[in-house]
Design a protein. Structure first.
Length: 276
């Protein structure tokens, strides 16, 4: 990455590298080494028990011998954007200015590419800090269409990933997300509305509604992130980018037999074009 590149602007370089511009200036977040250790432990446990709220997670931490009370666990889980499947009543508030759209996937048979896309954000631990990763996935094929890393939770890196996916793959019929402020923001939803895409949002705390991309996070973390203690944002970008390429192009997905997500996406699209 060169800020004085003679031919490519910083914006264009970041786009080619799937890196939000904020990630270019990444500095480790201001958490203590102890908190970063606790965050990694919480993240690993949450992959195994996504129904754990702050009370259950704090009990787990204490049983494992860690001095970490519920208030600290609650703050760290919020920072990591971890919401249990069955959330306690009235523990979260919707943004008063952002519209919440209905869930459109109940009972829907998803049988072809670009019928439904989904998205989510996940916490990515590093040796001395952490980043946030957003990915956009085609629900039918499980192909990752675009992704971005950022050191902040503003909506801009999500919007960048969305615009890239729309530019490269066209428009889906339905776009599904959770009710996170990044996805309910006008900045994000207006891109979908302008593209004539139907917007669907999970019920609050309904992890199962967006389960396809949650499974992606589990595979990514166990097969890549936890095996590589990334030192810098650039290292994380290269490592995650290599794994996503492997996942899309070389790793057969159980829902498609011997086909990789990229093959499932391309094959189904070719069949649809031939039928038309």
């Amino acid at each position: 990455m060169k800020q004085d590149h003679p031919d490519l602007s910083v914006r264009r370089q970041c786009s080619l590298l799937s890196l939000a511009r904020s990630g270019l200036y990444y500095q480790p977040r201001g958490e203590s080494a102890e908190n970063l250790k606790f965050m990694e432990i919480i993240d690993r446990q949450f992959l195994e028990t996504p129904w754990y709220g702050s009370r259950q997670m704090a009990r787990h931490m204490q049983r494992e011998g860690h001095r970490c009370g519920r208030h600290r666990v609650r703050r760290l889980m919020r920072l990591m954007r971890l919401v249990p499947i069955y959330q306690e009543p009235k523990t979260s508030k919707k943004h008063p200015e952002n519209k919440i759209y209905p869930y459109l996937l109940k009972g829907l048979a998803i049988t072809r590419p670009n019928q439904v896309w989904c998205t989510d954000i996940s916490y990515i631990p590093m040796r001395r800090g952490f980043l946030y990763l957003v990915a956009i996935m085609d629900w039918h094929s499980r192909k990752v269409l675009s992704w971005r890393l950022s050191n902040s939770m503003d909506a801009s890196f999500c919007v960048e990933a969305l615009k890239e996916a729309l530019t490269r793959y066209g428009t889906p019929e339905i776009f599904n997300s959770d009710q996170g402020s990044q996805f309910t923001s006008t900045e994000f939803t207006q891109v979908l509305l302008d593209a004539k895409v139907k917007i669907s949002m999970d019920g609050r705390g309904r992890w199962i509604d967006n389960r396809m991309i949650e499974r992606l996070w589990r595979s990514l973390k166990y097969e890549c992130v936890y095996l590589n203690a990334f030192e810098t944002g650039s290292e994380a970008r290269r490592g995650i980018g290599a794994w996503i390429s492997y996942y899309n192009e070389k790793r057969p997905h159980s829902s498609h037999g011997l086909l990789t997500p990229a093959e499932a996406y391309d094959t189904a699209n070719q069949n649809l074009k031939a039928a038309a």
